[in-house]
Design a protein around this ligand. Structure first.
Ligand code: TA6
Length: 307
C-alpha cells in the first residue's frame, strides 16, 4: 500500500474526522476512528481491530506492545479475524490439504474498504476479502468475505462468508478476541456451565465445564455446540465484559500463561497477565459447510458494564 492509497482512502471513505486513514512506519494502513462515544483503530491487513475504547472506559481490547505490525505478520492482540481454518489446517471431507499458516490467511491478507458510515451514534465500517494469489495457492479461489464492524457503546462484529464456487466448501472462522484485563488471575468467566470442551492442554480430552471458570495456568479450551453468552467478571476491576453471539457454535478460551508467553517474540513478558482470549467461532466439529452460492453470517456483540 502506498501513500496514494491513503489519499484515495481518505477521499473515498474518510468521514470528516470520524474516520481518518493513516500509514504506520511499516507501511500498514489503519483506520483511525473517533466518535463522541468511542475511539477505535482498525488495520486493513486482516481487517484487524486493534483498539475499541468506549468513551469513559479503558480500552476493552488487549494489544501487545511488542506486536510486529509488519506486512504479512499477524498482529498480537485486538481481534484477529480467523478464516478459513482455525489453528493448524486439517483435512476434511472437501480437502485433504494441511498446508498454510496457522489460523488461515485472512488475518494477514489485505482487505478492502467497502464503506464507512455514521449510523446514529455508531460508526459502521465494512471491509471485504476476495481471493488473493496466496489464497488461490492454498486452494481458496472462489469466495467473498464481508466484515461489518459497528463501533459504539457496544461492539458488533458480523462476518459473512459467500461460496462463489460451483462446489461445496468447508471453512472454520473465529473472532480471536483478546480482552484486556487487570489480572487474568482475578478473572471469572460465566456462561459455559455444562458445555463440552476439548482441552488442548490435556491431549484434547473431552470434558464438561463445571464452573466457576477461573484461570490459574495455561488454558486452551474449545467449547463446542454452544450458543451461550459469556460474561467476564474481574474481582478487582470496576467492569464486566459480556460477549453474546449469533450463528456461532464454538467458544474458545485461551491464555498462554507465563511459560508459553515467554516464547512469543511479539508478547511482552507480563502480557499474559493482562489478557484473556474469549473467541466467537465455528471450528472443529462446528465447521461450516456451504453449498454452491450459499452464504453464512456469524455475529458477536461485546458490551461492558461498570460494576
Ligand atoms: O485460539 C487459541 C489458539 O488456537 C491457541 O491454541 C494458540 O495456538 C493461539 O490460538 C495462538 O494464536 P496465534 O495468534 O499465536 O496464532
Amino acid at each position: 500500500m502506498s501513500a496514494v492509497d491513503v489519499l484515495e482512502l481518505n477521499r473515498d471513505f474518510g468521514l470528516n474526522g470520524a474516520v481518518v486513514f493513516s500509514q504506520v512506519d511499516s507501511g500498514l494502513i489503519k483506520a483511525n476512528i473517533q466518535t463522541p462515544i468511542c475511539t477505535s483503530e482498525l488495520f486493513l491487513q486482516g481487517a484487524h481491530l486493534t483498539k475499541w475504547q468506549p468513551a469513559g472506559s479503558d480500552d476493552v481490547l488487549f494489544l501487545s506492545a511488542k506486536s510486529l505490525f509488519q506486512p504479512g505478520k499477524a498482529i498480537r492482540g485486538g481481534i484477529p479475524v480467523i478464516f478459513p481454518w482455525f489453528g493448524a489446517r486439517t483435512k476434511n471431507e472437501f480437502s485433504d490439504r494441511t498446508d498454510g499458516p496457522a489460523h488461515g490467511f485472512a488475518r494477514t491478507s489485505q482487505w478492502s474498504v467497502v464503506s464507512t458510515a455514521l449510523q446514529k451514534e455508531n460508526l459502521v465500517i465494512v471491509l471485504k476479502l476476495k481471493p488473493t494469489a496466496i489464497s488461490r495457492e492454498l486452494g481458496f479461489d472462489q469466495f467473498t468475505v464481508l466484515y461489518e464492524v459497528t463501533l459504539g457503546k457496544e461492539l458488533n462484529l458480523s462476518l459473512r462468508v459467500v461460496n462463489n464456487s460451483a462446489k461445496a466448501m468447508q471453512f472454520e472462522e473465529a473472532f480471536h478476541t483478546y480482552l484486556a484485563v487487570a489480572d487474568v488471575r482475578d478473572v471469572n468467566l460465566v456462561g459455559l456451565k455444562d458445555v463440552h470442551y476439548f482441552d488442548k492442554t490435556d491431549n484434547l480430552s473431552n470434558k464438561i465445564e463445571i464452573e466457576p471458570l477461573r484461570l490459574s495456568s495455561e488454558t486452551d479450551r474449545l467449547y463446542i455446540n454452544t450458543a451461550s453468552t459469556v460474561t467476564l467478571h474481574e474481582d478487582t476491576a470496576q467492569r464486566q465484559i459480556t460477549l453474546s453471539k449469533e450463528d456461532s457454535a464454538t467458544t474458545v478460551v485461551w491464555n498462554p500463561w507465563a511459560e508459553a508467553s515467554a516464547k512469543m517474540a511479539d508478547m511482552e513478558p507480563d502480557g499474559w497477565q493482562r489478557m484473556v482470549c474469549v473467541e466467537t467461532a465455528n471450528a472443529g466439529v462446528n465447521a461450516i459447510v456451504l453449498g454452491p452460492g450459499q452464504s453464512h453470517t456469524m455475529q458477536a456483540t461485546i458490551s461492558i458494564d461498570s460494576n
